[in-house]
Design a protein. Structure first.
Length: 537
């Protein structure tokens, strides 16, 4: 792969963690070059070595635990591997800048936005006082922060996810770097915000003439953003070339598998006259806003505001919308995990008025799978204990042999080896942990499951596996799903019916296939356009 006057050149790079027989080779023999004004995408699944390669450029890996047995990283004529700290300090944030995947963990929660953006400029350019503030405001305006002057004193938690990512981009661009490394900068964002951030990065790149190394596992993003692509698997580049060439005519089996892995297929078609499993009329979840010396209620946050729905046996209702639209709050309220107003019927019986004791026998039939399996699985319990905990709580399968048989059956249903029951969550991949969370719900043989963004944190190939798994389980057991997501590709592969939420209200609802083909509202059309690259009418 040769480039005319590349600004960044990596040759035969290797990265090893640890030493001796326990050493882990994370990157092996990686070579690529990046020219000014060009975007190169590094794609691959989690653990493929993408981020380790990127962190190596700025020498940010933990030394000496991580080291380079061989290889070269040159920025123009400057060798960065083993470079003295003084050289690296000038490069980091100066000539090479990085936008990290999760801005909430990358930004200091105790420092204002002005301080954090200004610090980068002060270190490299020595600006202080009024000139520094003017430069910070210029950067915040450039990345599209509304009313930037009013945001200077804001702390990171006071901004939305998209605004935090814009602040990260402002920090990265503060010193007009030659190379911008963007490490999964849109993975955690809603589709509409993702589209805005990608457009912003392209515009800023064109204005500043930067080279950009874009790291992602989202092949749709690669199509929009990159000129060339390097596909990584198990620490190696297995295929590289122009994006159109690699995507249209992939040569390596791994590239072919990645391109074929986007969620496909059609939803399980439940019977049209199937009985209602979960329904609600005019459901409201309002959180009080208190103010004044006596902390009186002065208003409400209307998280869910007058929502009505019905989910039938064997059917899937997809609930989509941006962050803050009320999707998760709706799911929690239906399961009576949040207080709410409005009728809730489960299996034909009113449950809104039931006490906690009266509701408990029904809990086994209403289950939830959360977005982050690592956070929702106890790190102190083995997989067998996690899956079997519900059986113990509900006094099911009290005979040890029957209990083990139920746990084994649940693990086999989600495609996990029952022999792994004595292992702990941290010993599994993200996709395997999500399978454990699904097995924990399935072991109780529920009638209704709320699935809250169960694929958002997973690689595209693992997403497809989980979608296929959920469809298969539904076909066998006729379980009703409420599937919450902002990923419309996944929803299209699973949902019979679709409900679009914004600011706590339903803006559009109906058969999923009809809404995907002809959305009726401007908001739904904008969501579809961001997800599928359609023209917004």
């Amino acid at each position: 792969m040769t480039e005319i006057n590349p600004i960044l050149k990596i040759e035969d790079l290797a990265v090893t963690f640890g030493a001796g027989p326990n050493a882990v080779v994370a990157v092996r023999g990686v070579s690529f070059a990046l020219a000014k004004g060009e975007t190169l995408a590094l794609v691959g699944e989690s653990g493929s070595g993408k981020s380790v390669t990127a962190l190596s450029i700025l020498q940010l890996l933990p030394y000496p635990r991580a080291h380079h047995p061989k290889g070269s990283i040159r920025l123009d004529d400057v060798e960065l591997v083993g470079a003295p700290e003084r050289t690296l300090r000038a490069v980091r944030g100066g000539r090479v800048a990085m936008v990290f995947q999760e801005p909430m963990t990358s930004l200091n929660p105790l420092h204002s936005i002005e301080k954090q953006v200004g610090e980068v400029i002060e270190i490299h350019e020595g600006l202080r006082g009024a000139p520094l503030r003017a430069r910070v405001l210029e950067l915040l305006a450039m990345v599209g922060i509304p009313e930037a002057a009013k945001r200077l004193d804001a702390l990171p938690h006071e901004l939305s996810g998209g605004q935090r990512q814009r602040v990260m981009i402002a920090m990265a661009l503060a010193n007009q770097p030659d190379v911008l490394i963007a490490d999964e900068p849109t993975t955690a964002l809603d589709v509409t915000i993702q589209a805005q951030i990608l457009k912003l990065l392209k515009e800023l790149q064109a204005r500043l003439g930067m080279a950009m190394l874009f790291i992602t596992h989202d092949l749709g993003v690669v199509r929009k953003m990159a000129d060339r692509v390097c596909v990584m698997n198990q620490g190696e580049i297995v295929e590289a070339g122009a994006v159109a060439e690699v995507f249209d005519s992939p040569r390596h089996p791994y590239t072919k598998r990645l391109l074929a892995a986007e969620p496909k297929g059609k939803p399980v078609q439940g019977a049209a006259d199937a009985p209602e499993v979960m329904a609600t009329d005019n459901l409201k979840v309002w959180f009080p806003i208190k103010g004044g010396l006596l902390r009186k209620t002065i208003g409400h946050i209307k998280a869910v505001d007058g929502v009505s729905l019905a989910v039938r046996r064997g059917h899937t209702l997809g609930v989509v919308g941006e962050s803050g639209s009320g999707k998760t709050t709706l799911g929690l309220a239906l399961l009576r995990l949040l207080g709410s107003d409005g009728a809730i019927r489960f299996d034909g019986a009113e449950i809104q008025s039931l006490s906690a004791g009266q509701l408990r026998p029904l809990r086994r039939e209403m289950q939830m799978v959360f977005q982050d399996p690592y956070g929702s699985l106890s790190p102190r319990l083995s997989v067998g204990q996690i899956v079997g905990e519900g059986l113990e709580v509900h006094d099911l399968a009290t005979d040890p042999a029957e209990r083990e048989a139920r746990i084994t059956q649940a693990l086999e249903e989600v495609g996990l080896d029952p022999a792994s029951r004595d292992r702990y969550p941290h010993e599994f991949s993200g996709g395997q942990r999500q399978r454990i969370a699904i097995a924990r719900a399935l072991v109780l043989k529920p009638k209704f499951i709320v699935l809250d963004e169960p694929t958002s944190a997973l690689d595209v190939s693992v997403q497809a596996q989980i979608v296929d798994l959920l469809r298969d389980i539904q076909a066998r057991h006729a379980i009703a799903y409420l599937f919450i997501s902002h990923d419309l590709r996944v929803v299209r592969a699973l949902a019979d019916d679709l409900m679009v939420m914004k600011d706590g209200k339903v803006v559009e609802a109906g058969r999923a296939d009809a809404l995907f083909q002809a959305p009726q509202t401007a908001y739904t059309r904008a969501l579809m356009a961001a997800a599928f690259d359609l023209e917004v009418a």
